[in-house]
Design a protein around this ligand. Structure first.
Ligand code: BG6
Ligand code: MG
Length: 220
């Protein structure tokens, strides 16, 4: 039976549906640049850093852009994205998330945020979820984006757990690759067809009660 000391949560698409705001903001930029950008293309951007996401988006075009232009594009996308997230409220926490965080607290299971977003603090504040996390590892604290395991290994270290005593909750294929590279089991949040590398997939935290979810993870 597996011991679980820390639950590590991705942010975008797991705690809240900011994945859609990332998409809208990239899409606005893509439209301006005349690049066709679909939801399918957007899947490849999940869990990936801002600049790497931009590179993927620009790879859909034949044009070559300078580093200066790329920095302007990334800034433009982020400004658009920040406009969305600064309007967010507590009601945008995904169903079942707060209850599961509370369950972890009651059970003495530590909680960490493991996101490569540089906007994570702003979002946690808007959602009033800061008090629920023992550690917040975000894009300002890591050098390598997912699928590198750095973000999750830091979450484990900061909460005093060994990698095998952690479990990761992720909505991105790349994020699950990062969890695996860290030696951690991973629960996919979303579509089982997309998250084929997860140990198991749920549609959302409202699907199972805290004790059921933890009991299932302990059996991995
Ligand atoms: C991840 C998202 O959480 O953060 C990616 O899944 C995003 O889509 C990345 O590119 C970086 O986010 P930000 O907020 O720093 O631009
Ligand atoms: Mg995500």
């Amino acid at each position: 039976m597996r011991t679980i000391k820390t639950c590590i949560f991705d942010l975008d698409g797991v705690i809240c549906d900011t994945a859609k705001y990332h998409f809208y903001a990239w899409k606005t930029l893509a439209d301006r640049l005349g690049i066709i950008f679909t939801h399918k293309d957007n899947e490849r951007l999940k869990g990936v850093s801002r600049m790497e996401s931009l590179e993927i988006l620009l790879s859909l075009s034949d044009k070559i852009y300078t580093t200066g232009e790329k920095l302007v594009f990334a800034e433009e996308k982020n400004k658009n994205y920040v406009d969305y997230i600064t309007k967010m409220g507590k009601d945008e926490v995904l169903p079942g998330v707060t209850e599961f965080l509370e369950y972890c607290r009651e059970q003495g299971i530590k909680t960490a945020l493991g996101s490569v977003s540089r906007n994570a603090e702003t979002i946690l504040k808007r959602l009033k979820l800061e008090p629920y996390f023992d550690a917040v590892i975000d894009g300002t604290k890591v050098v390598n984006a997912k699928p590198d395991p750095e973000v999750f290994l830091k979450g484990a270290a900061e909460t005093g757990a060994k990698p095998e005593e952690c479990v990761v909750f992720e909505d991105a294929f790349t994020g699950i690759q990062a969890a695996k590279a860290a030696g951690m089991p991973a629960v996919g949040i979303g579509d089982a067809k997309v998250l084929s590398n997860a140990d198991f997939v749920i549609r959302g935290f409202e699907e199972l009660r805290g004790e059921q979810l933890i009991a299932r993870i302990r059996q991995f």
